[in-house]
Design a protein around this ligand. Structure first.
Ligand code: KG4
Ligand code: ZN
Length: 339
């Protein structure tokens, strides 16, 4: 079975092709075009520009796949239907609908956040790989530029949302605070890099720590901005940037760990899976491993942490395998918010 995965939820345009049989999959193509250069001058993603770029990039990426593969052999088109930026999702939807009509194929709608979860089960290699038995329930934390969601997954399909951010997402705070310090977009990788040069630590607040499984990062963002302003009053900000990056990153990650710990105490789970762009961060990975030494922990390959078409293709595979019905092109609806 061949599945094409298409990703257009935010600022990455991705198309990937996988082949799957029973418990084995192999990656045939994984085409990605990042738009960060387009959005950089605005300090963050501009939805209408993201849509324009997707429209431009999608046919080019498909051409790269088509040159080595006869598209009619595809069995299903997996498409990331949301959550994401509405104009970006719509541009992807129009593309996948046209393709489905042309090839006379059905579409598997894949949730963007579920795809971040599914991404932890695939390795970055081109030969056949076995999807090993996974023990459920799993505690799942998705940390990205748009979301900070904590779930219990009962199996590959059934999930219960324990909590989410009530304001900014963790990645969004990294991006916005980076921007305030004059660092380029996306801020998360810049902050990770600069943190390595830190020599001291600024304590920052951890809002809503005691409040169940929900998160709130906007107060931390405000406190960070005030700290930057305060420092600027008596010295040049440049020399403090590594310390600021380190402190921000550490505070955010400690909040994530705290909530994971609470959930691990309250629920009987067989392990933890983390997905989403922020999980590309090695410090976060090390902290999770250190705090949960006895747990089975699933991380995606670093390059599959951020949005890409492969995660969507793999999502399509898991959904089909779990008897989710693909849809006709005219039944596809996109949604900007998480369900
Ligand atoms: O999942 P993703 O690609 O897009 C959304 O669904 O939002 O995540 C993007 C987010 C951005 O906020 C970006 O700054 C963050 O992931 N990110 C990182 C790292 N790489 C990307 N944050 C911290 N450390 C990184 N290495
Ligand atoms: Zn994402």
């Amino acid at each position: 079975m061949f599945i094409l995965g298409i990703e257009t939820t935010c600022d990455e345009t991705g198309i990937a092709l996988i082949e799957a049989k029973e418990n084995k999959v192999r990656i045939l193509k994984n085409e990605l075009r990042s738009q960060y250069k387009v959005h950089r001058e605005y300090g963050g993603v501009v939805p209408i520009l993201a849509a324009r770029e997707h429209k431009k990039n999608l046919p080019l990426l498909l051409k790269n796949i088509e040159k080595d593969f006869y598209l009619r052999k595809i069995d299903f088109l997996a498409f990331s239907v949301g959550p994401g930026l509405l104009p970006a999702l719509v541009s992807g939807k129009e593309f996948v609908q046209d393709l489905a009509k042309k090839l006379n194929k059905k579409i598997i709608p894949v949730d963007h956040l579920m795809a971040h979860f599914y991404s932890v089960f695939i390795k970055d290699k081109s030969d056949w790989q076995e999807i090993t038995e996974i023990n459920f329930p799993l505690l799942v934390l998705i940390v990205s530029g748009g979301h900070t969601n904590l779930y219990i997954f009962k199996n590959f399909i059934e999930k219960r949302k324990l909590g989410e951010t009530l304001d900014d997402a963790a990645g969004e705070v990294l991006d916005k605070c980076a921007r305030y310090m004059g660092l380029p977009y996306p801020g998360g990788p810049e902050i990770e890099k600069l943190s390595k040069k830190a020599k001291s630590y600024f304590p920052l607040p951890k809002p809503m720590l005691q409040k169940g499984y929900h998160f709130s990062f906007s107060g931390l963002k405000t406190a960070f901005i005030e700290l930057v302003d305060e420092i600027k009053k008596y010295k040049k900000i440049d020399e403090e940037i590594p310390n600021l990056c380190f402190s921000l990153q550490k505070t955010i990650f400690e909040i994530l760990i705290y909530k994971l710990k609470r959930a691990m105490e309250d629920f009987d789970t067989k392990g933890i899976a983390l997905g989403g762009g922020v999980v590309a961060n090695q410090t976060l990975r090390n902290m999770v491993k250190k705090h949960f030494p006895k747990e089975k922990i699933y991380f995606p390959e670093k390059k599959f942490s951020t949005d890409n078409g492969l995660n969507i293709a793999i999502g399509g595979y898991f959904l089909i395998k779990n008897n989710v019905q693909p849809l006709n092109y005219n039944k596809i609806e996109v949604y900007p918010r998480s369900t």
